[in-house]
Design a protein around this ligand. Sequence first.
Ligand code: DX5
Ligand code: ZN
Length: 217
Amino acid sequence: KIAAKIGPSILNADLSQLYDESQKLLDNGADYLHLDVMDGHFVPNLTFGAPVVKCLRNKVKEAFFETHMMVSRPEQWINDMADAGVDQYTFHIEPVDDVASVCRKVREAGMKVGLAIKPKTPVDVVEQYVEMADLVLIMTVEPGFGGQKFMEDMMPKVKHLRDNHPALNIEVDGGVALKTIDCCAKAGANWIVSGTGVIKATDQEAVIKQLRNSVLQ
Ligand code: DX5
Ligand code: ZN
């Protein structure tokens, strides 16, 4: 049985308290932190880059950091993010000409490789690269903002990947919360990003536990 990992997205947290919010999530049982990096070009929003991630890493020594790179030139930030202490570099393949080469550079920099696709990108576009990746991220909203509605019609992509790649880590991101977790789990997702669903919960620990249990069932 493959592992179930819950990775809260801090995008909709109080970012003036980035460290406290992150530490609270980890204390409440988060398996990793999902850090949303946006460049205002690939997506219509801006967040933060390697300098902020590095500051967070200086205070949070142990946690697994995944950066979700919603950027037009993912190859540009590989070394900065590695230097900032990122563990997994998950990038969108849509704007990339040579995916294999970016995967290689991410690995050479000492990070794990995640490959992400937007809702309109067919699953076979990413499937051809699964051998080079540690994880595939199937977006369940249009990337750019937290708090959007979960797109259930993305589940066939997850199921297709799971059926053909039993050991692959498959991540879902966007609108995933207690209401939508069962359908993600049933399709075969095992890395679960949840933003507002966890951040806004009064009992974060209970929500994280329930999300994990749903995947393990
Ligand atoms: C959206 C980001 C997500 C987002 C998830 O572009 O990639 O990680 O923060 O937040 P929720 O769970 O609220 O949709
Ligand atoms: Zn994300």
